[in-house]
Design a protein around this ligand. Structure first.
Ligand SMILES: [Zn+2]
Length: 205
């Protein structure tokens, strides 16, 4: 699970993460930037890292199942090679079957770096799917659906509720209306109560 910033993977794939953990899958979660420069004024610089730690603790992840990087927000392109080397290290240590990344057509500069380096690192060894962040994308091909129940979406919203610093900024995509609304749209497309959609880069069986 690759998250350029804290909260990206929760927003794009939070329900799927909860379902995968329920099914007993071994999850490794990498965050690259805690976006200190994007925090509302007056909050401690480690606010987003602390909020992310609450998320992984809530999910029951152990130390070693997640890594929190300290790259500068919007400057990941300057550390492209370091990010690739980190991903190659994780490929060797963890050998994932499935790698979940931002969309290759996500226009946030940091998301593009993580998507590109992930494909570079995992293209011959793992299935690769991209999560959806409609406000960063012009196009999205919803080619894979993870069917979810209401409890998955409820718990996804609980995860996002740990990000109090982002709610201060009144981001529309952190609202219950958005989380339930998009999950319902994706559920209707695959005959489920709710779902998350992904774009397939590689599928290995
Ligand atoms: Zn992000």
């Amino acid at each position: 699970m690759l998250s350029p910033h804290t909260d990206d993977a929760e927003l794009g794939a939070g329900g799927s993460i909860i379902r995968f953990l329920e099914e007993g899958k071994d999850v490794r979660w990498l965050v690259f930037s805690t976006a200190e420069e994007s925090l509302p004024a007056g909050l401690p610089s480690d606010t987003l890292a602390a909020e992310f730690r609450k998320v992984v603790e809530h999910l029951g992840l152990r130390a070693g199942q997640y890594e929190i990087g300290d790259y500068r927000v919007r400057h990941l392109h300057e550390k492209r090679q370091d990010i690739l080397e980190q991903l190659v290290r994780v490929r060797g240590e963890f050998q994932p079957d499935l790698v979940v990344i931002p969309s290759t057509r996500d226009y946030h500069q940091d998301h593009q770096v993580v998507a590109n380096e992930a494909i570079r690192a995992f293209k011959t060894t793992a299935s690769i799917i991209c999560y959806e962040m409609p406000w960063n994308q012009v196009e999205f091909a919803s080619t894979l659906f993870v069917r979810l129940a209401e409890r998955h979406i409820r718990r996804k919203f609980d995860l996002l509720d740990f990000y109090k610093s982002q709610q201060l900024r009144r981001r529309d995509y952190m609202t219950r209306e958005y989380i339930y609304g998009l999950a319902k749209v994706r559920g209707i497309q695959c005959s489920a109560d709710y779902a998350e959609a992904f774009e397939v880069v590689r599928w290995m069986a």
